[in-house]
Each structure stands twice: as structure tokens, then as C-alpha cells.
Design a protein around this ligand. Structure first.
Ligand code: FEO
Ligand code: CA
Ligand code: CA
Ligand code: CA
Length: 699
């Protein structure tokens, strides 16, 4: 039997779900305190249905002992069925390539939930910090000294709050690779000595924060023959690069590039933007580039109240306040760069919210913002080569009651022709998802109780929004649809989801998995009610959404779907783990990122655990008799969120980003709530975990 978890008090004032109030402010500008931006009247699914490291800072599970929260998790590991055959292998050494015939059983002993200020991994594994905030990236960069920090120094050092982690192979011997990391946002309290308020920051400090945003590209080398990696040293490092919000130019591509929406005084052609904002998750493409999603860009802008009246609804749909100059989370960046004031530069906001593509093998190249993939609060984008040869990118818009999207390229992938493949995301067709449940609406009662057919499932349609320069949305041009994609989704009646985060196809089965993280407003007050895909009122713990494209064709316009996992405490009757024995699964809350190992096991990281434990990384088989046997692989230190993850194609290494350790209200650089990883003050860091005996991770 599974014991019920003892819920520990949160260490700081609670924000929303399991989030600390400091997280709510800095991460998303207190989005949950603001009205839901989607006020469209398009039917929700219910309506449709009714019609139809350092060694310090590492703990292995055996040492956790009495400190754990006391949730038992069984370690039974019966053999799993072999994964189904691949429909679309992803080429490349490190991006996952299906392992022929390797069984997918996950053999690690799950770790228990805990509130330790440590990284906890299973017995038999080791873990080390690869890069932490402030580590030198560019040649000659100084070490971190928080008392002497400048924008110039930060622009040469590893940025703050690492989120997405991608690994791109370098050479063919498996010993060198490029690590590409997003730096989503900054925690000024935890970065600057003597911090008081955002208003009191100097312009130089604001520029440090801007330089701590963006991405890092860092060459890694394998440590001996192990699964450990470290920054390459002792040689010229031509690929190492910092991309920042402060100064890096980006080129716009696609149908909205050059449109009136993207033109500003500084860029009258609408051709390029300075910087990238709030880069959350992403994906590695089959041609070895990295995609990165610009997410909560709204919180960086002020002056929406003085924007042109006809623009205000478009700004508001993206969460930008049009009634107050300083909405909840404004970073005050307009004090450093005037472009963040929409009263003066109303189009600047439209230059963010895109999927960006960075080619780590071209360190001098200009990264691109692809307008063909639409403008949302992009969590990320993951690409698969469909059997027709077109590439398909799956994407989530991370906001309560927003939508799932996919992009199908106009051109086909050509193996080995990188120059051609680099153009694939510049033109194509953008779709949004509309769902139907297959159970009677009356059986979806909001409690999470399964309907009579035993599963939350149904069918769906990909509704075409735009193809090339042709719009399929009445009254909107192609540039309108791509720049104000949320409004296009509203117009066609897309299904309002519980915060779609990472969406990723399995390289083994081709099925697509989306993390729907939570939605405290579902079915509450005047908000949309439950439906079969979003079946719980006030959804605190989220669910995993599985899509199977019709005929296994990623370009199909119809699909079936189900919810294999409805998250929470397994002892909570509203949870579901694909029918697996719930006494044997680990509790999970707020799924955020998904990834796959080469056997096709689904790995899930969490953000904002509402069960009282630190956030963590979990894994489960998703095919065969072990489907739903979810086990916790890792937990991150106090106040942190688990990001990445990335499992290398050889299954030897799990990369995880530890984002915002110590992000607990009341904490400061001088009084940190976490001292991970070095024992002084909290530093976001990327860690690698590997099996001590050299075997494949997880199994
Ligand atoms: Fe940056 Fe949707 O999490
Ligand atoms: Ca059903
Ligand atoms: Ca996320
Ligand atoms: Ca992912």
C-alpha cells in the first residue's frame, strides 16, 4: 500500500499551484492574478461533446533516509514489451535514435519525494554540475564575482535560470558535443548584493539582467569513457557563444517578416529584432539546430495603456496590460532600452513570442525568428520528419485555456543536405487543435472519475490557419494570423487546454506527448468548464496528453487522443496512471517538459509540485504492460524547478537543468533559501547524471 504523502508547509508564501510567490512574480509576471487572456467564446470541448556537480549537493537515494516525506514507491521491474517499430527515426548521434530490439524496462529504484536542498538521484547513479550561472563561456571570461558584475562580464558568462537543454554532437567519435541552453529569466533578489526593489535597480544592473537572459552554446567533452560530460578545456573553443536579450540580432523569416506589424523606428523594414526573451523549452532538430520558445514576453513591456486603441485587444490577448503602466511583473527594462515602452514603440512587443532557431555549428551566424510557426507564448517546439518527408513541429501555448499547434513544412527534409534543411521552418502550414471526447459529457463530472469506457479519450482535428501566404481565417491576412495566432485560434474554435507546455513526438512510436501542467481556473467561476481532455475542476496537478496521428502520418489533419496519465498523488482517486497498479507509482504534480530515451520511455520533469515535495524528473514506459509505471528518477534542490531534460542518444547521460534554486519569498543573495550547488548561495545549473556501471540510464 502507498502511504499518503505528508504535506509539508511551503517555505515561503504560496503563489499558485505549488509555486512560490517569488516564482509567480519573476517567471510569468503573476499571470495567475490577471484575468485569463483568452476571453473568446469559442466552444470548449464540453460543448463539442454534447454535440458529438560538485560532490557536495548530491545525495543518492540510500542516504536520504528519514528525511524523506514518507511516500513509498515500489521498485518492481517486470520486463516490458519491446517498443513498437519506429515510423520516423531521427538521424544523428545524440538526438535520440531508436535502439533496435532493446527492451524498455526501467530498472532504477525510484527515489522518494523530499524537501532536501540537494540533487537526489537513485542508488547506482552519480551526478555532477556541468555549468552553473556565471561560469565562463567565452574565452577569457572572468569567474563570477557578484560584487563586480557588469553586463560585459555577464555577456561572456553562463546566463541565469537555465531551462531547455539540447545536446548536438560534434564529430563522430561521441566524445565532443555542443550544449545549447536557454536562460529563461532572472531572479534579481538572488543575483545582486543589497537588492531592494526592481525600481531601485541601476540601469547597469538592468543590463546585467538582460545579458543573463538568452542562450548559451558551450562545447563539452566526455569524461573518460563514462556518461559524465564537462566543459571542454585546453583548446580553442570556436563554437562557444552567448546570445542575449541585450544585444544579439535576430533575423525574421517567413510570411510575417517585413510586415507592418513588425516594423519599428529602429527597424523600419521589420526584418530583424534585438534579443530573445523568456526562452523556455525547445528542441533539437534532425539537422542539428536548436529551437527555442519565447514564452512570457509580455512581462517585459510597459505602456500598453497608451498604445493605439485598436491595438489594445491584440496586446491584451497576449497578457499585456492595457490599463496600467506597470502590470504585475514588469521588469522595468524600459529604463535601459526605450523599446520596451509600448507607448513609444507599440510594435516592439510583436517582435517577441516566436520560435527561434539557433545553429550551434555556425557561431557567427544570425539566429532566426520563424514567423511561419506563429506567435504565442511558445513553450517550445519539437520537430519530427514525417513519412512523407515533410517536417512537423509540435508546439504548446503555455497559458490557461490556450491551444496546441502544429506546423508542417512546405519543403521536404533531405538527409545530409543541411543547407536545404536549414530553410524548412521558413514556409509551411500552421494548424491548431480542436478536440472531441468520445464519452457522454455527463460522464465527465469534474472529479477526475473515469467515464464508463474507462479512459479519457477521443478524436481531434488539426484546423488549418495559414499555409504559406494564404490565410484560412476570415478577416485575417497571413501576417495577421501569424502575428496574432491566439486570435486566429479563437476565431476557428480551437480547444481550450490546461496550459500546454512541452509537446514532443516519440522517436520510437511517432505518437506525440504534451505536458498539460495545471489550470486552477478550470471549471471555476465564469471560466470554461471541464471536458474529456481537461477533466478536473481547479486542476492542480496536470495531465499527460497523447496524440496518435491518423495513419501514423504526421501531416494528417485528423488524430485520436487519450490521457495516459492524470497527475497527482496516486492515493488521490482523481489520478490515473494508464491503469497501472497505483500502489507502485511515484506521485507527480505539474508536468512541464517531456523527453524520450532511445527505448521510447517517456521522461517527465515537473514545475511547481503541489504535493509538497521538491520538483523532480520521472520516467515511465509508455507502451506495453509497463505503460503507466511511473517512477521518480531525480529531485532538484529547494525552490528549484526541473528543466531540460535531455537523454543522449546513446542512453549514457541524462542532462537536467536546475532552474531557480532558492526561489522562495524572502530569500536574497545574502540570505539564500538554497545554497546549492556550491554551499554559498543558490546558482541555477545544468547537471549530468549517469550510471556508475556505465549501463544505459533508466534501464
Ligand atoms: Fe516557462 Fe511554460 O514554462
Ligand atoms: Ca472516453
Ligand atoms: Ca516550462
Ligand atoms: Ca522536451
Amino acid at each position: 500500500m502507498t502511504e499518503r504523502p505528508r504535506l509539508l508547509p511551503l517555505l515561503g508564501p504560496a503563489g499558485h499551484s505549488g509555486r512560490d510567490a517569488m516564482t509567480c512574480l519573476y517567471r510569468c509576471g503573476n499571470a495567475c492574478d490577471h484575468p485569463v487572456p483568452n476571453e473568446s467564446g469559442n466552444p470548449y470541448l464540453g460543448d463539442v461533446v454534447s454535440d458529438g556537480m560538485t560532490r557536495r549537493g548530491v545525495v543518492r537515494a540510500g542516504a536520504v533516509g528519514a528525511l524523506v516525506l514518507g511516500i513509498a514507491a515500489a521498485a518492481g521491474t517486470p520486463a516490458a514489451a519491446a517498443p513498437a517499430a519506429s515510423s520516423a527515426p531521427v538521424p544523428g548521434l545524440l538526438p535520440q535514435t531508436p535502439a533496435k530490439g532493446r527492451a524498455g524496462a526501467l530498472t532504477f529504484k525510484p527515489i522518494p519525494p523530499n524537501k532536501l536542498d540537494n540533487l537526489v538521484v537513485p542508488n547506482g547513479y552519480d551526478t555532477a554540475v556541468v555549468l552553473r550561472w556565471g561560469d565562463p563561456v567565452l574565452p577569457g571570461a572572468p569567474a563570477l564575482d557578484v560584487r563586480r558584475q557588469t553586463a560585459e562580464r555577464q555577456s561572456a558568462q553562463f546566463g541565469y535560470n537555465n531551462d531547455f537543454v539540447g545536446v548536438v554532437p560534434l564529430g563522430r567519435d561521441g566524445r565532443r558535443a555542443l550544449l545549447v541552453v536557454n536562460h529563461e529569466y532572472t531572479n534579481e533578489e538572488l543575483m545582486f548584493p543589497g537588492f531592494t526593489t526592481l525600481e531601485a535597480m541601476t540601469v547597469d544592473q538592468i543590463k546585467v539582467a538582460m545579458a543573463a537572459h538568452g542562450l548559451s552554446v558551450v562545447e563539452l567533452e566526455r569524461v573518460g569513457g563514462t556518461g559524465q560530460w564537462r566543459p571542454a578545456r585546453g583548446r580553442h573553443l570556436p563554437y562557444n557563444r552567448r546570445i542575449t536579450a541585450l544585444a544579439t540580432p535576430f533575423a525574421f523569416t517567413g510570411p510575417a517578416a517585413g510586415s507592418a506589424w513588425l516594423r519599428t523606428a529602429a527597424d523600419p523594414k521589420g526584418a530583424s529584432a534585438i534579443g530573445t526573451l523568456n526562452n523556455c523549452s525547445g528542441g533539437v532538430t534532425p539537422w542539428g539546430t536548436v529551437l527555442s520558445g519565447e514564452e512570457n514576453f509580455n512581462q517585459y513591456f510597459v505602456g500598453g495603456d497608451q498604445a493605439p486603441e485598436d491595438l489594445k485587444p491584440k496586446l491584451a490577448r497576449y497578457g499585456i496590460s492595457t490599463t496600467a503602466r506597470h502590470p504585475g511583473g514588469s521588469r522595468r527594462w524600459e529604463r535601459a532600452q526605450e523599446r520596451f515602452d509600448l507607448a513609444k514603440h507599440p510594435n516592439e512587443a510583436h517582435r517577441f513570442g516566436w520560435v527561434v532557431e539557433v545553429d550551434p555549428l555556425d557561431p557567427q551566424g544570425r539566429p532566426r525568428k520563424h514567423t511561419a510557426l506563429g506567435r504565442l507564448k511558445h513553450e517550445g517546439a519539437n520537430v519530427i520528419v514525417g513519412r512523407t518527408g515533410h517536417v512537423v513541429a509540435y508546439m504548446g501555448d503555455d497559458e490557461r485555456f490556450d491551444y496546441l499547434y502544429k506546423f508542417v513544412s512546405a519543403k521536404k527534409f533531405i538527409p545530409g543536405n543541411r543547407r536545404h534543411n536549414l530553410t524548412l521552418l521558413e514556409s509551411g502550414t500552421l494548424y491548431v487543435a480542436k478536440l472531441s471526447g468520445d464519452s457522454p459529457a455527463a460522464e465527465i463530472d469534474g472529479s477526475g472519475k473515469l467515464p464508463a469506457d474507462g479512459v479519457f479519450d477521443g478524436t481531434g482535428t488539426w484546423i488549418k490557419l495559414v499555409s504559406g501566404n494564404r490565410s484560412y481565417v476570415p478577416g485575417m491576412s497571413a501576417a495577421d494570423v501569424l502575428t496574432f495566432t491566439r486570435l486566429a485560434g479563437d476565431a476557428v474554435g480551437a480547444t481550450k487546454m490546461d496550459r500546454p507546455e512541452d509537446v514532443q513526438p516519440s522517436p520510437v512510436t511517432g505518437k506525440i506527448y504534451a505536458a498539460l501542467t495545471n489550470n486552477s481556473n478550470r471549471g471555476v467561476g465564469a471560466n470554461p468548464g471541464v471536458d474529456e481532455a481537461n477533466p478536473r475542476i481547479g486542476n492542480k496537478h496536470g495531465q499527460i496528453f497523447e496524440i496518435t496521428e491518423d495513419r501514423g502520418d504526421h501531416t494528417a489533419e485528423t488524430f485520436t487522443w487519450s490521457l495516459p496519465i492524470v497527475c497527482g498523488d496516486p492515493a488521490d482517486p482523481s489520478t490515473y496512471f494508464a491503469g497501472y497498479d497505483k500502489s507502485a507509482v511515484s506521485p507527480i504534480s505539474c508536468p512541464d517538459n517531456v523527453a524520450f530515451d532511445s527505448a521510447g520511455n517517456l521522461w517527465i520533469s515537473t514545475d511547481g509540485n503541489a504535493l509538497g515535495s521538491n520538483d523532480g524528473l520521472f520516467a515511465t514506459a509508455i507502451e506495453g504492460p509497463e505503460r503507466g509505471h511511473l517512477k521518480q528518477f531525480l529531485t532538484v534542490p529547494l525552490g528549484a524547478e526541473t528543466c531540460g531534460p535531455f537523454i543522449t542518444g546513446d542512453d549514457r547521460s541524462v542532462f537536467t537543468a536546475v532552474q531557480h534554486p532558492g526561489e522562495i519569498t524572502g530569500a536574497s543573495l545574502e540570505k539564500p533559501a538554497s545554497t546549492w550547488p556550491d554551499g554559498d548561495f543558490a546558482k541555477p545549473a545544468v547537471v549530468v547524471t549517469w550510471r556508475l556501471d556505465g549501463g544505459p540510464v533508466g534501464s
